[in-house]
Design a protein around this ligand. Structure first.
Ligand code: HDE
Length: 706
């Protein structure tokens, strides 16, 4: 994994050359007058090398600067012809190449992965009819309803302009000031404060197109659609303490996880799903389908599974692929169309515009990563960095007779792109429809659909975020907003950040306001008040351990056959492991130590496993790092495995008295699993404990130091 074979020099490129192809004979000393003399301008190799280096950086993305990406393919399960004519959604035997870039939004390009933030999930489909980009996020709604507010939103959440602090964090006055004055952000705030804001892995989160788009079929019939990516494993998130520590211990945590899992052949897989609404149902529900701060609850509009995406190849070069890829919601193919969502409409301008600065001009589609696999033919020409040659001879205009009218227009039945002929009329105004002003119903729906532990995490996240806000008036305004969502939540948040809870008369007034709005605007429209599909805990299947990573603690004298057997078993189940010891090399040739305590941390593993062997256990009992690893793992509610006499090691930790024994002297208690040996029974119990990911019910976990 560490030695990328792609790095081996290619035989044809044995000699270093300048950018003009001249072979270089010496690159370690600049050209000087004598050994101690000045460097001279004649050194064209030096000047070219330095000029190139001086200009290596291009502007990072203004948002989503920090990202990592992978190649793969997409395959449809069955023809979607009844709904869309998009060709890549017709033939189940056909694979369409994709490139997916995951990202955080707020941090700079060098910031840590595991911050609380939205994650970008942008997919480029290189279809035979041209590129289609689905530029989505891991949350199905957005902070604002109209694109014109985007610069304000981004300014407020990015580091403050006078001192450029804080980095990659929403927890500061500007952001919460903005939010407190923008009630439309409340639904998105619930998602950001939830566990979805700290995903464990890019391959273990959902993706959403967010906006309402359209499918249009051959007959011209349109359905409104929402697009979703569902990971084929359970979703998984970090706990906040773990996320913060991981940001220091391994700032590349999510990036590394994506890279390593692909190198290991554990390919991330996602299902593309669609919610479809016939045109005539546009106004059926108690939410406006053009409002990007609203979901269509899955319980109201069911999901259809469309196809599968597999990410099976890492990029060869970060810059020319991950950094130079240019997505755009307006990169559409026939059969997929837009709607009047005012957030989407604004994006249609922004993504092309930004490339002019980032990629230096209008020819970014010629960069290999952006280049369509379909043939490109038109009369566009010139501009910075142009190298595509249309071989047009002397004809670069349309219509023409001298090139027989070529390239000619494609009729609709040849998949020429035709916009859906939607009827639109209205006055030119700056405004929005009444339904958009329902800022709270779905924030409430989200919060109330969570399990108790998920609700607790939201409240604790609010304590952290708002606890860092200095101005009391901002904290108070946010709490006031929260009272519009859920009284109990608002009170708990208030108590944790030193804000006085509201009086009952004020609460009643707020609740009345919210209720009467809903009654007046939505009247008898279809709605629900519980959506289990929003809860990561409720949809968890706990049937796989794919992509998990176990830290195996072993010291000199450890039973190495336990390690070998455990590693094999994990591999068979598409999981990974690292042997962690106090020192490298202590097992000689018999076993590799992957990490020493100084180079890793308990927070980087999904589970800690303690290996048997008297001498090893005794050494660990004397080692604060080993004890800390197990305590911290318990505190973060992750599974712990112990085998044979490794059980005794628990006497040294803070958790021994918290774990209940079974009748047979072993444990299988809320994710702490022990066994006399690696029997099938043990593996069974350990598998279940791993697949559950977290064991929230652990008694007194908060008493354990971490
Ligand atoms: Fe973006 N967004 N965005 N955004 N966005 C960019 O494009 C913008 C929005 C999203 O991996 C930029 O090439 C506006 C929603 C992703 O390269 C920029 C608005 C959603 C990525 C831009 C939004 C997204 C971006 C920065 C308000 C989810 C990263 C550089 C209307 C559906 C793509 C660039 C990648 C990137 C503008 C809102 C997703 C500046 C104006 C909503 C995943 O053009």
């Amino acid at each position: 994994m560490e030695n990328n074979p792609k790095n081996q020099p290619d035989k044809e490129h044995d000699f270093m050359t300048t950018n003009q192809g001249v072979k270089v004979s010496h690159t370690d000393d600049s050209l000087k007058v004598g050994e101690r003399g000045p460097t001279i301008m004649d050194d064209h190799h030096f000047r070219e090398k330095m000029m190139h280096f001086d200009h290596e950086r291009i502007p990072e993305r203004v948002v989503h600067a920090r990202g990592s990406a992978a190649h793969g393919y997409f395959q449809v399960y069955e023809s979607m012809a009844p709904y869309t004519k998009a060709k890549f959604l017709q033939d189940p035997s056909k694979k369409t190449s994709v490139f997916v870039r995951f990202s955080t939004v707020v941090g700079f390009r060098g910031s840590a992965d595991t911050v609380r933030d939205v994650r970008g999930f942008a997919t480029k489909f290189y279809t035979e009819e041209g590129n289609y980009d689905l530029v989505g996020n891991n949350m199905p709604v957005f902070f604002i309803q109209d694109a014109i507010k985007f610069p304000d939103l981004v300014h407020s959440i990015k580091p403050e302009p006078h001192n450029e602090m804080p980095q990659a964090a929403a927890a500061h006055d500007s952001f919460w000031d903005f939010v407190s004055l923008m009630p439309e952000s409340m639904h998105m705030i619930m998602w950001v404060l939830s566990d979805r804001g700290v995903p464990r892995s890019y391959s273990k989160m959902e993706g959403f197109g967010v906006h309402t788009f359209r499918f249009v079929n051959k007959e011209g019939k349109s359905h409104f659609i929402k697009l979703h990516w569902k990971p084929l494993t359970d979703m998984a998130s970090l706990v906040w303490d773990e996320a913060q520590k991981t940001a220091g211990k391994d700032p590349d945590f999510n990036r590394r996880d994506l890279w390593d899992s692909i190198e290991m052949g554990n390919y991330p897989e996602f299902e593309l799903c669609v919610q479809m609404l016939p045109e005539e149902d546009e106004h059926k529900f108690a939410f406006d389908i053009l409002d990007a701060t609203k979901i269509w609850p899955e319980e109201l509009v069911p999901l259809k599974r469309v196809g599968k995406m597999v990410l099976d190849r890492n990029p060869e070069d970060f810059f020319t692929e991950t950094e130079q890829v240019a997505f755009h919601p307006g990169h559409l193919v026939s059969g997929i169309d837009l709607t009047n969502d005012p957030l989407l409409q604004g994006r249609l301008f922004s993504y092309l515009d930004t490339q002019l600065t980032r990629l230096g001009g209008p020819n970014f589609a010629e960069l290999p990563i952006n280049k369509p696999h379909a043939k490109v033919e038109n009369n566009q020409q010139d501009g910075f960095m142009r190298h595509h040659n249309n071989h047009r001879g002397n004809v670069n205009y349309f219509p023409n007779s001298r090139a027989e009218g070529k390239p000619q227009m494609a009729p609709e039945d040849e998949m020429g792109y035709v916009h859906y002929p939607e009827n639109v009329s209205g006055k030119k105004i700056r405004g929005r429809s009444e339904g958009f002003k329902d800022f709270y119903s779905q924030a409430t729906l989200f919060y109330r659909s969570m399990t108790e532990i998920e609700k607790k995490h939201i409240i604790e996240a609010a304590w952290f975020e708002l606890g860092k806000v200095k101005e009391m008036a901002i904290r108070e305004r946010v709490v006031r907003q929260f009272y519009h969502i859920d009284e109990d939540m608002a009170r708990k948040v208030a108590e944790g950040i030193g804000v006085k809870p509201l009086d009952q008369s004020e609460i009643d007034k707020i609740q009345q306001e919210v209720k009467s709005f809903q009654e007046n605007v939505w009247k008898d429209k279809v709605n629900i008040d519980d959506s289990p599909s929003l809860s990561m805990e409720k949809v968890k299947k706990a049937d796989s351990i794919k992509g998990m990573k176990v830290g195996i603690l072993a010291e000199k004298g450890a039973n190495l056959s336990t390690v070998t057997k455990l590693k094999e078993w994990l591999k068979e189940n598409n999981a990974d492991a690292e042997v962690v010891s106090s020192q490298f090399g202590i097992f000689g040739d018999e076993m590799k130590v992957d990490k020493s305590y100084i180079t890793t941390a308990s927070v980087l593993y999904d589970s800690i496993f303690v290996v048997d062997g008297k001498e090893s256990i005794e050494a660990m009992a004397d080692n604060g790092d080993s004890i800390h690893f197990v305590n911290e793992c318990y505190r973060h509610c992750k599974p712990i495995g112990l085998i044979g006499d490794a059980k005794e090691f628990l006497d040294n930790t803070s958790i021994r008295k918290l774990v209940q024994e079974n009748g047979d002297g072993n444990w299988s208690d809320k994710g702490v699993v022990s066994g006399s040996d690696l029997s099938d029974n043990f593996f069974n119990d350990y598998f279940k404990a791993l697949a559950m990911q977290r064991h929230w019910g652990r008694s007194s976990k908060d008493k354990v130091p971490a």
